[in-house]
Design a protein around this ligand. Sequence first.
Ligand SMILES: Cc1cc2nc3c(=O)[nH]c(=O)nc-3n(C[C@H](O)[C@H](O)[C@H](O)COP(=O)(O)O)c2cc1C
Length: 189
Amino acid sequence: MNILLICGSAREKSFNRKLSVYADEALKKRADVKTLDFSGVPFFSQDIEEPVPDAVGDARDAFDWADAVWFFTPEYNGEIPGRLKNLLDWISRPLPPTYARENTPAFGKPAAVSGAGGSRATKSARGHLDELLNAMGMKVCPDQMGIKLDEKEFKEDVFEHPEAVRDKIGRQADAFLAWMDQEGFIPEA
Ligand SMILES: Cc1cc2nc3c(=O)[nH]c(=O)nc-3n(C[C@H](O)[C@H](O)[C@H](O)COP(=O)(O)O)c2cc1C
């Protein structure tokens, strides 16, 4: 099974990127995993949908490749970062542009949501992302996971207890795979 990892942060020392690295490690041997680099995706405009910009084509291909997608989102002012919303606006569009939502690379695919952030552990951003993914026709795993960062972690840019975070991601990987199995999302080998 192919699982695409998407980190909403562009920051070099991003905690959410670290979560995605732990997820990659946790999924190894049970899935083929890729991490999406969408740094080249331009701001969405209906005026530039065709021809498809190269970076958007690459992101669409990655979604086509994926049987499932796992998101790692920071929380910016209670929301997901604009760059992640921008990516998903692109991915939500059928080609050629029509109203056929089923013809998009994300439609019907399972998704998992995690996030590392401040006092509410990205609860608000994860809730918004859940709503957005549902609006795009994705099936979101009910087991979300949030990591609450404290002042020291923000200051030093490292997890104080990386093994505990790694364990949490490992448990979420198990729950995501078990849920997909139960819901019939795992393709036949
Ligand atoms: C513009 C902006 C808004 C933020 N708003 C929130 C917020 O609403 N809630 C929160 O928990 N953290 C907020 N933060 C702090 C982020 O959680 C923190 O920067 C985090 O490290 C970002 O994730 P990353 O490490 O993966 O880049 C905000 C940070 C920025 C830059």
